[in-house]
Write a protein that binds this ligand. Structure first.
Ligand SMILES: [Mn+2]
Length: 362
């Protein structure tokens, strides 16, 4: 049964009770063992929250947690985070479910499109800060303990709160991972940040490995980053406040978010939408200027019922499954996205913008 949102001070006790009940109900060999999962292709906030739960469950409660991830990690910062901190991540696809009493899910919710939860294990706890898309089905997975705080900037901040409530100080690896989670989801507390995030950012920084977090912030970049940057610069078009770049097929899907971040920094850009085909998926990133509004409703209208998406504040990501990876399918998808994005401009009263937009370079 889903529980109502807990009172601030009661969360840790409710979580402990849910874990104890799940452990007691499990087979002998699975007792005390929990699987910590997040969304596909985890970002720093997801990884930070996983590491925080690892320490909370292990040191704070004497359980054996295993963190497992699904999907490749592409973004250079995220790869650097895993490597610099030597995170112990198992591959979701090779997990033996019978070893576990239940699942804890962070930075996502069971019904989200980019998330897989085993159907043979109970979901004991969910920690998240994302809005549930209206296109997702009604909650169908029962969750014993649910902590979803839409205003909080990072799930890592929420998990730091649990560590503190349990009287634990994050160790260097955990603190570094949590700090990166808060840092990247809130752009160093400059967006979507609440007092919970400020507190977590400052406290985790004290125990973080400063050399590691500096190297994570400036990771080595693969060669394809530069070729995709070149491609994005030539296909990007300015449509009044919108910078739209639909890049065709890419080698590295992380380029999509990279370029969206880069374009949003352009003077006069209030929102940036970047998309590219990667295998049989079309990947999208949308960023908005804080003064302009939230990213999530825009992404919902750009997708217009297709694919899946998620987001919070000024960041949204989406994906559409393609019937094939061929160029004509990618082009057709891009035409549709472009039409939807430009229709949004119209509805915001931006007249006089040429239909084809303006290139960045003449
Ligand atoms: Mn997050």
């Amino acid at each position: 049964m889903p529980t109502p949102p807990p009172e601030p001070s009661g969360r840790l006790d409710q979580l402990k009770a849910a874990l104890a009940a799940a452990s007691a109900a499990a087979d002998l060999k699975a007792r005390g063992r929990f699987l910590v999962l997040t969304h596909r292709g985890p970002d720093p906030d997801a990884l930070g929250a996983c590491e925080g739960l690892r320490q909370l469950l292990n040191e704070g409660m004497g359980y054996e947690p295993v963190v497992a991830t699904l999907g490749e990690i592409h973004r250079a910062e995220n790869i650097a985070l895993v490597e610099e901190l030597e995170l112990d991540l198992e591959d979701y696809d090779s997990i033996d479910h019978s070893r576990f009493a239940g699942v804890l899910l962070v930075d996502t919710q069971p019904e989200f499109g980019h998330t897989v939860v085993p159907d043979d294990l109970p979901v004991v706890a969910v920690f998240d800060h994302h809005v549930k898309p209206t296109t997702e089905p009604e909650a169908s997975v029962p969750v014993a303990f649910s902590d979803v705080r839409l205003k909080v900037g990072a799930t890592s901040s929420m998990i730091q709160g649990y560590l503190e409530e349990a009287g634990l100080e994050a160790d260097s690896t955990t603190a570094s991972a949590l700090f990166c989670g808060v840092r990247y989801d809130t752009a160093d507390l400059s967006r979507n940040a609440t007092p919970v995030d400020e507190d977590a950012y400052l406290k985790t920084f004290q125990n973080a490995d400063r050399g590691a977090i500096a190297r994570i912030a400036h990771p080595p970049l693969p060669l394809n980053y530069y070729s995709e940057l070149s491609g994005a610069l030539s296909c990007a078009r300015r449509h009044g406040p919108l910078v739209l770049a639909l890049m065709g097929q890419v080698e590295n899907p992380a380029s999509v978010a990279e370029m969206a971040d880069l374009f949003l920094r352009m003077e006069g850009c209030s929102w940036a939408l970047v998309g590219a085909g990667y295998g049989d998926e079309y990947v999208l990133s949308l960023r908005t200027d804080p003064a302009f509004g939230r990213a999530y409703p825009l992404m919902e209208r750009v997708l217009d019922g297709q694919g899946s998406f998620g987001g919070h504040g000024h960041i949204a990501g989406g994906r559409i499954f393609l019937s094939d990876a061929g160029e004509s399918t990618v082009r057709a998808t891009e035409r549709e996205i472009r039409t939807h994005a430009l229709a949004l401009l119209g509805s915001k009263g931006e007249d006089g913008i040429p239909e084809e937009g303006r290139p960045l370079t003449s």
